[in-house]
Design a protein around this ligand. Structure first.
Ligand SMILES: Nc1nc2c(ncn2[C@@H]2O[C@H](COP(=O)(O)OP(=O)(O)OP(=O)(O)O)[C@@H](O)[C@H]2O)c(=O)[nH]1
Length: 581
């Protein structure tokens, strides 16, 4: 597809620009310009004639000749020499129009060579050079080349933004056909309504036909047919291509030919006509010239599909391998384009930064005197500023420390709220469950026995009713604190809710748990409630179980200890009971 675009575009060169005092050379240069499109044979003869007069060229005549010769070389596929000539013009000509022609000519050369990195360089130069050349057809050709380039590297948004800057009304029919075809290519992955797209494609085909440009018309016809296929109308796709197979073959443009055959093969495949599909798929494969194109990938894939359906598995595998290789080559090509784009963007940023740096340096040099003056005044106020900065720093440090402390305090508060009971300051039920699960896991691994004690204050409702709720709170806090002092550091003590508490004792058997319960009972006896304004005794009943009986699940341990606690309550309170199943 690239070659088509380059040829299409290069054939648009029309303007002749002649210089110097040698009328015969000027006339030959003008003649070469004029016949280039219509009469390649005469063009070649004129170029040869000009070559024989090279010694009499003025500097700019030589530059003009180089541009024309590079055109010829590009068409012949001699990119290296074309590149050299155009490079010379871009560096040595003093005529802006010739420089522009050389820079966009170079984009075409790099497109053909798939040298994306250098292509970008000259896209940038062409865009700069366009600004130097006003109201000249070459500004349009320059832009068209840039658009072709962006389409090739799949930067379609950029293409569309440059297409927008072109005034299509002022374009020749051929250029209009070209621009519309580029626009369609760039909009292919946009979700435009298919009705609008089909209308635009049909209009573009008409324009290209009026411009007597069958290659472009063929390319757009292939778009149109693909659109029909995507919309589930294979019949329409076939109708839109079949009458024009002869035309597309006459263009000898292999990618457009493969596109035609591929689309027909797919359309017949969709209609279930394997024979016809296979016929066109074979024709597509026969026309393959390059491995890394989308057309090649599609052609092999279609063949693979057909052979597979026909149960010719050996052939199917053959085509699948070809398809996979082509797909890999195509993806590598796309990746190379993307990498070049990223690289170009990166270089552009770097260049911009360097320019900014240089500008800053210039500004600094220009303002040297001003700087000296400022330095003197700076020296005077230096001491003052140092003081100011020091106090500012102190203030900032103090502020940071303050906010740091506040955030640490908030976090600590949140953690406390999440883990501790607000009244008794021992662990709450939620945190207990988390810690208990971890402890039981470790104990299971270590094959340790774990015991569980649950205790509940006796007749607590009566304490509340008789002495008031705050006296009840005081009793709760005192009981929690007393029990806390009776357990070891690695025991887990928590308030389960209301006046009920739990102690989980890893590595303890029942007798150790009984000892802890008794210790708690004695500690409760010593509780002094006089601070509440009332004197009353605080007792509790205890239920005990061990993992040897209840197992290692915390819910079972609590449930069984609770049953034992119930027995202690029933038995008269202020005592402990061991769970028996
Ligand atoms: N002051 C106070 N009372 C609470 C708190 N949480 C629960 N209670 C009270 O504790 C009392 C528990 O009463 P009950 O479940 O009938 O048990 P009890 O009176 O201790 O009787 P037994 O358990 O059978 O000995 C209820 O009146 C609850 O309102 C608290 O945080 N502070």
């Amino acid at each position: 597809m690239i070659l088509f675009k380059i040829l299409a575009f290069i054939s648009l060169f029309t303007v002749s620009t002649v210089w110097g005092k040698t009328p015969e050379i000027n006339a030959l240069l003008a003649q070469a310009e004029n016949v280039r499109q219509e009469n390649p044979k005469k063009f070649n003869e004129t170029i040869n004639l000009l070559e024989s007069k090279a010694l009499s060229f003025s500097h700019e005549q030589r530059m003009n000749y180089y541009v024309l010769k590079a055109y010829k070389l590009t068409i012949m596929g001699n990119y290296a020499e074309a590149e050299q000539l155009l490079d010379t013009v871009s560096k040595n000509s003093s005529n802006n129009e010739l420089i522009l022609r050389a820079t966009y000519g170079l984009i075409s050369v790099y497109l053909a060579k798939k040298d994306w990195t250098n292509g970008f360089l000259f896209v940038e130069k062409t865009l700069q050079q366009i600004k130097q050349v006003n109201n000249n057809p070459h500004t349009i050709y320059g832009l068209l080349t840039v658009i072709v380039f962006y389409n090739q590297i799949q930067q379609f948004e950029l293409s569309l933004s440059y297409i927008k800057t072109l005034n299509t009304e002022q374009l020749t029919l051929k250029n209009k056909c070209f621009v519309e075809q580029l626009r369609l290519e760039a909009s292919q992955n946009k979700n435009f309504s298919s009705v609008i797209q089909i209308f635009q494609m049909e209009e573009t085909i008409k324009t290209c036909e009026q411009a007597n440009w069958p290659v472009a018309a063929a390319v757009v016809r292939a778009y149109l047919a693909k659109n029909h296929l995507e919309n589930g109308s294979p019949q329409k796709a076939i109708l839109s291509l079949t009458p024009f197979i002869g035309d597309v073959l006459a263009t000898k443009f292999s990618l457009a030919i493969i596109d035609f055959y591929n689309t027909l093969a797919k359309a017949y495949y969709q209609l279930g006509k394997a024979d016809k599909s296979s016929h066109y798929a074979d024709l597509a494969v026969e026309n393959i010239t390059h491995n890394n194109t989308k057309q090649t990938v599609d052609a092999y894939h279609q063949k693979y599909q057909l052979e597979y359906d026909a149960k010719n598995f050996e052939k199917a595998l053959d085509y699948y391998i070809k398809y996979a290789e082509a797909d890999k080559a195509y993806l590598n090509d796309i990746t190379a384009r993307n990498v070049a784009f990223q690289l170009a963007q990166h270089q552009a940023i770097q260049q911009k930064n360097q320019i900014e740096l240089l500008n800053n340096q210039n500004e600094l040099l220009n303002n040297r005197n001003e700087l000296l003056r400022v330095e003197q005044s700076l020296a005077r106020t230096e001491a003052e500023n140092t003081k100011l900065i020091a106090s500012l720093l102190m203030a900032i440090i103090a502020l940071l420390a303050f906010f740091g402390y506040r955030s640490w305090r908030t976090q600590r508060r949140l953690k406390t709220l999440a883990e501790f009971d607000y009244l008794t300051k021992v662990y709450n039920r939620g945190h207990f469950m988390t810690l208990a699960e971890e402890t039981l896991k470790l104990a299971t691994k270590a094959k340790q026995t774990v015991t569980c004690i649950i205790f509940d204050l006796d007749k607590f409702k009566m304490i509340n009713d008789r002495y008031g709720h705050s006296a009840g709170d005081l009793a709760l806090k005192a009981a929690a604190s007393a029990a806390h002092s009776c357990v070891r550091d690695n025991d887990i003590f928590a308030r389960l809710g209301g006046e009920e508490f739990v102690i989980l004792l890893p590595g303890c058997d029942t007798s150790a748990a009984c000892y802890v319960a008794e210790k708690c009972m004695r500690a409760f006896e010593a509780i002094d409630t006089s601070d509440s304004g009332h004197e009353f005794s605080v007792t509790a009943s205890f239920g005990i179980t061990t993992s040897k009986i209840s197992g290692m699940a915390i819910d079972d341990l609590i449930a069984d200890a609770d049953k034992a606690l119930y027995q202690a309550k029933n038995n008269g309170r202020n005592q402990y009971r061991i769970y028996e199943p």
